[in-house]
Design a protein around this ligand. Structure first.
Ligand code: SF4
Ligand code: SF4
Length: 186
């Protein structure tokens, strides 16, 4: 009878297309955490998160905000002495969390990610006035007013377009994107 894969095996499967080494090769040196610009805001540093995955601490890993806060700067990936694709891991955990719907309802990251992907599939580019409502209200009234003021100033100075920009050959882009991103976006 087939046995269910452990959590660490499931995560390894998420990374099968990654060029990095397996998470089991992590030597817990902490280089990734030391180089991460947002580590101080994370529940668990990248080093600790990898240790938790290897220890099959599924609930604790999925509950953490670590992978949602990852800014995809790839500093950790290029500096890891074990050549683990840590940034790719963070993407994998985001996909897993959305797939299994393990995130809390008030989490900003999943809504932002979904809005961003749908936007890219619709117009081919990011457009802040559509993206901002997916997260801005969670930072409170003062932050919302600050952001609204900044956006208005940028628009008045022509630094933020009033209407969403569209890329050239959008239909071709949509055909390609819809083949690789199953959520669709037409
Ligand atoms: S830098 Fe690489 S080897 Fe070091 S703790 Fe991070 S993942 Fe593990
Ligand atoms: S890719 Fe993510 S986890 Fe790695 S250093 Fe950048 S923000 Fe931190």
């Amino acid at each position: 009878m087939a046995t269910r894969p452990s959590f660490s095996e499931e995560v390894s499967n998420l990374l099968h297309a990654s060029h990095g080494n397996p998470l089991k090769t992590c030597i817990q040196c902490g280089t990734c955490s030391g180089t991460c610009p947002v580590a101080e805001f994370m529940d668990h540093t990248p080093r600790r998160l990898i240790g938790m995955i290897n220890a099959n601490m599924k609930e604790e890993v999925l509950e953490s905000n670590t992978y949602w806060l990852c800014a995809s700067c790839f500093h950790c990936t290029v500096r890891c002495p074990s050549e683990i694709d840590i940034a790719g891991l963070m993407y994998g955990l985001k996909r897993y969390s959305i797939w299994k719907h393990t995130y809390s309802e008030d989490a900003v990251g999943p809504i932002f990610s979904e809005t961003f992907v749908k936007l890219i599939l619709r117009i081919g580019r990011s457009y802040e006035p559509v993206l901002a409502p997916s997260y801005i209200f969670s930072y409170g009234v003062r932050e919302f007013l600050n952001e609204a003021q900044t956006a208005t100033n940028l628009m008045l100075k022509g630094r933020l377009p009033v209407l969403p920009p569209r890329i050239k050959r959008l239909e071709n882009f949509k055909k390609v994107a819809n083949r690789i991103i199953p959520m669709g976006g037409s």
